[in-house]
Ligand binder design. Structure first.
Ligand code: ATP
Ligand code: MG
Length: 560
């Protein structure tokens, strides 16, 4: 992978740390909850963490923060690993970690807090815990269970572990300060009861640490030096520091430093896994890898390359500024790359047939075409031209003013890489729709440039009607109609609350033809269909019986 020079405020901090301590080994981590597939926002965090580790000869762990058994499963674990590797980052066995492998240690740390009188078993209901916590405007109130003796707390915590309490009837809370201006410090919950099977630890546990309790300790256990996360975790840092100050991290000198950066937000996209999950389960989309999804797997299926996503992450940089990017910023990265790398081909998405009146019925010839206009080393191919061809319906009008640079009745046009033709007459069906265009082909015009012939309006693309391959084209547009469909990363989102925001035209199908040379292509192969856009062969559904192309990106951005 090409190394590009990068700088951002986090790298500046690391440089300063290394100046003070040149022997420091930089350790970062990317720590997803395995409760969904990775999205493009995660790519920003992956890029940041793995590139730093690589550039500073350090190490980046992939750690699954898997403390919530009801929502997590092995499918997500595998998909996350697959996507990170696909993005081009190394994952060796010892850099893949699981918070669930630390459950025993975490339990012991919880005991340590109880022993110090810094944690207690609370039997308030969840509702009361919330009520007692207060809010931004009012301080909290102590739970009646807060002053239980250490001995009682140890006893009740062991009963929680033994499964003697029902779900929701007790939890372990840190004893910090119910009057703190930081709500996160108002005796946060450290352990809750869940009689759920965990994909990694099975039924070994019926109490699970909360994300906050486990996250900071897991970082410390792994000797993470720079714990990078998004801005919404800024307040949590106070809790993490409190926890790490009060436990004895044997064999570890590390108290990771946390730095926050802004999340990636893209207009017309949702980036909350909860909402993405909803789109999948409610079948609004065809799975996590639906090409309309902002997931890594969705972009891959759509034809995005790993290098284009890395390029995007490089371009957007890392700051503390919250903003919403245009999807055009990402599209530009893949378009620039494919312009260089994608072989050209001819495809007609919405065909109308042309018959050449001056050619015999069985006329056919193969025209040599270069696969790339400026890269002869990408080779050439033979494309059939025949007595009958297809052009796109939108490339013909019976009458048009001179701004229309396409075929018009009685006038001339150049076929891409082929001949100049003239439209003579049309055949219409009983509804008045044009079903056929009769033309004349100038057989002496193959190598003529349209600059030499004034009366030629422009150039259009085409395929042979005799030997082209029928294909389905899937054209994707924004999945959402609203630029900010998920404003609060809303915890309450339901399908009813978002269905009116979903674009009914997010996927449009067209049925047409591609040139004969595409007969033996592989799923995932990407082409520039001249004058149309970049398309890739769908990796899930395309077959030799039914070729299916996904539009990766248009040739030009609509966005100004
Ligand atoms: P979601 O809201 O999608 O569920 P999350 O933060 O709960 O996101 P995690 O699996 O916990 O998802 O995320 C793993 C890491 O990726 C975290 O460090 C998180 O800060 C980071 N991350 C998540 N979303 C974004 C984003 N939009 N931009 C940048 N980083 C992100
Ligand atoms: Mg999270």
């Amino acid at each position: 992978m090409k190394k590009e020079s990068l700088t951002n405020f986090i790298r500046n901090i690391i440089n300063e740390d290394l100046n003070l301590n040149p022997h420091m080994v930089i350790r970062t981590r990317f720590s997803p909850e395995p409760n969904g597939y990775l999205h493009i926002g995660h790519a920003k965090s992956i890029f940041l963490n793995f590139e730093i580790a690589r550039d500073y000869q350090g190490k980046c762990n992939l750690r699954f923060d898997d403390t919530n058994p009801e929502k997590e499963n092995i499918e997500y674990v595998n998909a996350i690993q697959h996507d990170i590797k696909w993005l081009g980052f190394d994952l060796d066995e010892d850099s893949i970690c699981y918070t669930s492998n630390y459950f025993k240690k975490l339990y012991d740390y919880a005991l340590e807090l109880i022993h110090q009188g810094l944690a207690y078993v609370d039997e308030l209901s969840l509702e009361d815990i919330c009520k007692y916590r207060g809010n931004f405007f009012s301080t909290g109130k102590n739970s009646p269970y807060r002053e239980r003796s250490i001995k009682k707390n140890l006893y009740y915590f062991s009963k929680m572990r033994e499964g003697k309490f029902s779900e929701g009837s007790a939890c372990l809370r840190a004893k910090i300060d119910m009057t703190s201006p930081f709500i996160i410090l108002r005796d946060p919950v450290l352990y809750r009861i869940k009689f759920s099977h965990h994909y990694n630890t099975g039924n070994e546990w019926c109490i699970y640490p909360t994300y906050d309790f486990a996250h900071c300790i897991s970082d410390a256990i792994e000797n993470i030096t720079h714990s990078l996360c998004t801005l919404e975790f800024a307040d949590n840092r106070r809790l993490y520091d409190w926890i790490l100050r009060h436990i004895s991290l044997h064999g570890s000198s590390s108290h990771p430093k946390q730095y926050e950066f802004s999340r990636l937000n893209i207009k017309y996209c949702v980036m909350s896994k909860r909402t993405l999950n909803l789109l999948v389960t409610e079948k609004v989309v065809d799975g996590w890898d639906d090409p309309r999804m902002p997931t890594i797997s969705g972009f891959r299926r759509r034809g995005y390359t790993a290098s284009s996503i890395r390029k995007f992450c490089h371009r957007i940089g890392v700051t503390k500024q919250e903003n919403y990017l245009e999807i055009a910023a990402l599209e530009a990265c893949i378009r620039d790359e494919l312009n260089e790398t994608a072989p050209r081909a001819l495809a007609v998405l919405n065909p109308i047939q042309i018959v050449f009146e001056n050619l015999p019925l069985h006329y056919e010839e193969y025209i040599t075409m270069f696969n790339h206009p400026t890269k002869p080393d990408m080779g050439h191919r033979l494309v059939m031209f025949s007595q009958s061809i297809y052009i796109d319906r939108s490339d013909f009008l019976e009458k048009a003013n001179k701004n229309y640079k396409r075929l018009v009745l009685g006038e001339k046009i150049k076929l891409r890489h082929a001949y100049i033709i003239q439209a003579n007459s049309v055949k219409k069906d009983k509804n008045g729709n044009i079903s056929l265009i009769y033309c004349t082909c100038d057989m002496n015009s193959l190598n003529k440039s349209i600059r030499d012939i004034k009366e030629v309006r422009g150039i259009i693309h085409w395929v042979s009607a005799k030997k082209s391959i029928s294909a389905e084209f899937r054209l994707y547009n924004n999945l959402f109609l609203h630029p900010n469909p998920d404003p609060d990363n809303s915890k309450e989102s339901s399908i009813e609350s978002i269905s009116h925001l979903i674009n009914p035209n997010s996927l449009l199908y067209q049925y047409g033809y591609v040139e004969n040379s595409l007969i033996s292509t592989n799923p995932g192969a990407i082409y520039q269909f001249e004058r149309v856009g970049y398309f890739c062969i769908d990796i899930n559904c395309s077959s030799s019986e039914q070729l299916i192309f996904n539009r990766t990106v248009k040739l030009r951005s609509n966005w100004k």
